[in-house]
Design a protein around this ligand. Structure first.
Ligand SMILES: [Cu+2]
Length: 654
């Protein structure tokens, strides 16, 4: 293998040398003019150094890319149905998309965040928010499958999510829209003073990651935009940017831009946790779904919960403060030391950085500039650490390299700007193609970022790629940040809207990756663990087919006695116990997706035959040389026919 690869690398080397010698540096500013191509080249068979989990935005999914190559490995279905994996189509995963509003097979996925232990990324789970019908999902990084989704009641536009505290004690779900709590019929013009914003703290059980809403803080009716946990010295606090502190209810582009400063809300969650643990808070009737996927039964259950514990911030003095921040701040980013809180004021000429130490001092000395609905507002000057003067236009988000530098995206001037913490000086800037939103440094939301790369996620790519009709792809752009100056290495197309991303070294995840589901541990109620146990059982109009699959046949592959009007459930178990040998199955006329079943797993699809005939089914995942032969027939008779129910495999071979 290695012998074959060497010439390729050599050839690439020559190509790089050739292009850089024979062209003007100006006319050839592309990747091959520098060592950029080599820096992102992961040779065939080699592995990328980092995983990047990039949200799919309006696709509702989470994509898995390798860095530095930018290769797409997988799209993990989360909030949307996915035909490729039968997610939301098979009977086992339909409950995952249940909500208090019913089955909602779509959402707007925004901010993934990887679990942490002691302030460092541990690679166990990734959490991501559904904005639209507020939800938080947890994806298990041993299987890359979504294993839990919890709906967030009293919320709307679950945007300032999903960020985890430094031991994954909590994942937060802050509402973007304030709404009546509890919901009721009232005039929209009476918003001010009457609508509220819920900041939800979802506890994560340390061993298995089970989520549960611990409490909801019922805040004034601002719009809560983004958030970040404190860390290190500020561990125990959570910071949320707000806009529309004006509490306008119409034409927000004008009416929410009136105040010179909005707020960052600083929440001492440890104080509230203590209050709640001592019996504080009020139970409020509230319907929300909690959906859990059980790996042993390969099936999900959905439970509708009926109440949630709410906390009025005024009942916990000293737990919540407001830090004035110019002007309509978006990103709320805390540096790895936990000292600096960066408020990215979209309409502000400067970047404002607050000091956690100064905040505590102001609280101690009661240096307040008044209050909002009883919540103390700290004096701007008393909490300000410094200002980055005129760094660019439209700052959105900031990440940190762990070496004292910060990187901020500017949407309007389309660039990433590198600046220094504590001196607040701009040290470098690089253009983005174009209109960058979030950026990500692996481990960015932790005490230990891996400051080798920064990934910028761009909203617009006009003229960067081949056109694809009126809509062109959005993209991610990779910069090397290991030196003093940023270097653009690569850009690559993404799925949906690459809203935010989380990344970590591949070595944190690779060794824990699951290869098969053990057949003996399959507790699916309709599992069939050997061909000898396959059967077809009729119960009135309902028929259960207990089917198995192994290279390269189904058992049974001939079924007779099914009638028009029957509800037929195919429970199909993949008997393989080898790595990477899934089989698929699809049935003509089935109002569902194909099933893609992993080794040792059972999945179910429902088929309601509408016409008599002999109907084929087949394996949809190319599994062996005889994959094409992996097929079968179901005979469907008239509703009043007397065709006996029978099933077989290989019967006419003897
Ligand atoms: Cu197959």
């Amino acid at each position: 293998m290695k012998k074959v690869l060497k010439p390729i690398v050599t050839l690439l080397g020559i190509l790089v040398a050739f292009t850089s010698c024979n062209n003007d540096s100006k006319s050839n500013a592309g990747a091959l003019s520098s060592s950029a191509a080599e820096k992102v080249y992961v040779k065939p068979g080699d592995h990328d150094e980092f995983y990047a989990f990039i949200s799919g935005g309006f696709s509702g999914q989470l994509s898995v890319y390798g860095l530095p190559s930018g290769r797409l490995f997988k799209v993990i279905p989360v909030f949307s149905q996915d035909a490729e994996k039968a997610w939301g189509y098979n009977e086992e995963t339909k409950p995952m998309l249940n909500t208090s509003h019913g089955f909602i097979p779509w959402d707007d996925a925004h901010h993934p965040d990887i679990s942490q232990t002691n302030g460092e990324i541990d690679g166990r789970w990734v959490f991501i928010n559904g904005n639209n019908t507020p939800r938080i999902a947890k994806i298990d990084l041993s299987t890359f499958e979504t294993t839990e989704i919890i709906e967030v009641p009293n919320s709307a536009g679950n945007h300032s999510s999903s960020f985890v505290t430094e031991n994954t004690e909590y994942v937060v779900a802050g509402t973007r829209f304030s709404i009546p709590i509890p919901q009721k019929d009232m005039p929209i013009k009476d918003y001010k003073g009457n609508f509220k914003g819920a900041l939800t703290f979802i506890s994560v059980e340390p061993e298995h990651g089970h989520m549960d809403i611990k409490f909801q803080l019922i805040m004034p009716g601002f719009d809560y935009d983004l958030s970040h946990p404190g860390r290190g010295k500020s561990h125990g606090w959570f910071f949320f940017t707000t806009y529309n502190s004006e509490e306008a209810n119409t034409l927000l582009e004008v009416n929410a831009s009136q105040n010179d400063k909005d707020f960052i809300a600083a929440v001492n969650w440890k104080k509230i946790e203590e209050y709640v643990n001592n019996g504080g808070g009020t139970m409020m009737p509230s319907k929300y779904a909690h959906n859990v996927y059980d790996e042993s039964t390969h099936s999900a259950t959905s439970t509708i919960k009926e109440e949630v514990l709410t906390v009025n911030p005024l009942d916990v003095p000293g737990a919540v403060y407001l830090l004035p921040t110019p002007k309509s701040p978006h990103g709320c980013d805390v540096d790895p030391s936990g000292e600096y809180i960066v408020g990215n004021g979209k309409l502000s000429a400067n970047l404002t950085v607050h000091s956690f130490t100064k905040m505590l001092d102001a609280i101690e000395n009661k240096k307040f500039a008044g209050d909002a609905y009883g919540i103390p507002i700290i004096n701007f000057e008393d909490v300000l650490a410094g200002v980055v003067e005129q760094p660019g236009l439209g700052p959105l988000h900031t990440e940190f390299d762990g070496k004292g530098n910060a990187y901020t995206t500017f949407f309007i001037s389309s660039e990433v700007v590198k600046w220094k913490l504590e001196t607040w000086e701009v040290v470098d800037r690089q253009p983005c193609y174009y209109s960058v939103g979030h950026l990500m440094i692996p481990g960015g939301n932790s005490q230990k970022p891996w400051g080798k790369y920064v990934l910028a996620m761009n909203k617009i790519t006009k003229d960067r790629y081949l056109p694809t009709g009126p809509e062109v792809t959005q993209s991610a752009q990779l910069y090397d940040i290991s030196g003093d100056k940023m270097e653009l290495l690569l850009d690559f197309p993404t799925i949906g809207e690459p809203h935010y991303a989380a990344g970590c070294p591949a070595d944190l995840i690779k060794p824990r990756s699951k290869k098969i589901f053990k057949l003996e541990e399959n507790n699916h109620p309709y599992a069939t663990k050997s061909e000898a146990d396959t059967k077809v059982v009729r119960d009135g109009n309902t028929v259960h087919v207990y089917m198995t699959m192994i290279r390269s046949h189904f058992s049974p592959d001939n079924i007779e006695g099914i009638k028009v009007g029957d509800e037929v459930y195919f429970h199909v178990t993949n008997l393989e116990q080898d790595y990477d040998v899934p089989h698929g199955v699809s049935m003509i006329g089935a109002n569902t997706s194909e099933l893609l079943i992993m080794p040792g797993q059972t999945e179910t699809f429902k088929w309601e035959p509408k016409q008599v005939g002999v109907w084929p089914f087949y394996c949809t995942d190319f599994c062996s040389a005889l994959h094409q032969e992996m097929q079968g027939y179901v005979r469907v008779s008239a509703a009043n026919a007397n065709t006996p129910l029978r099933w077989s495999l290989g019967e006419d071979i003897e």
